[in-house]
Design a protein around this ligand. Structure first.
Ligand SMILES: Nc1ncnc2c1ncn2[C@@H]1O[C@H](COP(=O)(O)OP(=O)(O)OP(=O)(O)O)[C@@H](O)[C@H]1O
Ligand SMILES: [Mg+2]
Length: 271
């Protein structure tokens, strides 16, 4: 490993910058405009995951009232799961995601924020045509009314999993619990299906080392493997998750996706 210089940047994500802290730790400093509720979700979600013994980066300290807020995590040495598409294959990456999500949903009644709080918040402020907003809010109320509650990561994709350790010891570690919530398991499946399907709107070769057509083929394979494995683990869950598609897509517009992704969502759901 290269020399550990506290304060040096590890990565810059959509919601935060990650810098090295004291040796063995990283500090996630949130963008000033990120709603505070997302910080609360990440704290509660990570703590629920830690309490359940899930493979996650340990939360060591939280400054939720800071300006900007920041969280300190144990450093996880490894590469994003997305980088393993070329070496392990897209199918294997899809199955790893499905298996991880299955572990996460095994945690019943977690001490996490109810899913309708965050999705409701996103739906209220997303730039949406009003009929779509109303329809999605209606779906959300209907789908959460008397539903079971499990831990949902709600941002499970191949850049939010770090592949850590070597050889037989290597294992996936789930990071970035900024959208985590207590909700029905179908919601988490729907969100991951959408995230993988919409990865095509991002520059592919940056993430996976694969360019153009190859990236599109690999993403299709990844999605198929994720769906097939999920179906194998819980028959019927993928089909049931489709009831969440409109809510998840509408809430996604609050995250300022690329224009092509936004247009695709609107042409599918805002008719
Ligand atoms: N505990 C950790 N150990 C090592 N690297 C980490 C850790 N947490 C985050 N990182 C690195 O920082 C990147 C961004 O982290 P994270 O996904 O939490 O931020 P984000 O801003 O929410 O990202 P996104 O772009 O998904 O919104 C990760 O992809 C990873 O490379
Ligand atoms: Mg992330």
């Amino acid at each position: 490993m290269s020399e550990w210089i506290p304060g040096s940047e590890v990565a810059r994500g959509a919601t935060a910058v990650i810098t090295r802290g004291a040796p063995g730790t990283v500090v996630k400093t949130f963008n000033a405009d990120l709603p505070r509720i997302a910080v609360a979700l990440e704290v509660a979600g990570t703590q629920a995951a830690m309490a359940a013994g899930l493979p996650c980066a340990e939360l060591l300290a939280a400054d939720v009232d800071g300006n900007p807020p920041s969280l300190t995590f144990a450093f996880v040495e490894g590469e994003p799961l997305a980088h393993r598409i070329a070496s392990a294959g897209a199918g294997e990456v899809g199955r790893v995601l499905a298996d991880l999500q299955h572990q996460v949903r095994s945690i019943a009644n977690p001490q996490a924020i109810p899913i309708e709080e965050f999705l409701g918040f996103q739906l209220a402020q997303a730039p949406l045509p009003e009929p779509l907003r109303a329809a999605a809010q209606h779906d959300l109320a209907r789908l959460t009314g008397s539903a079971e509650r499990v831990l949902c990561h709600m941002d499970l994709h191949d850049m939010n999993v770090l592949w850590s350790g070597r050889g037989k010891e290597a294992r996936p570690v789930l990071i970035d619990w900024t959208n985590a919530a207590a909700g029905p398991p179908e919601a988490d499946v729907a969100r991951t299906r959408m995230l993988i399907a919409n990865e095509k709107y991002y520059v592919q070769d940056e993430q996976s080392g694969l360019a153009g057509m190859a990236a599109a083929t690999h993403l299709n394979r990844l999605l198929t493997a994720f769906i097939d494995r999920t179906e194998q683990l819980v028959p019927g869950l993928v089909g049931a998750s489709r009831a969440w598609d409109r809510v998840i897509a509408a809430a996604r517009l609050d995250e300022r996706p690329p224009a092509a992704e936004r247009d695709a969502i609107l042409s599918r759901f805002a008719r």
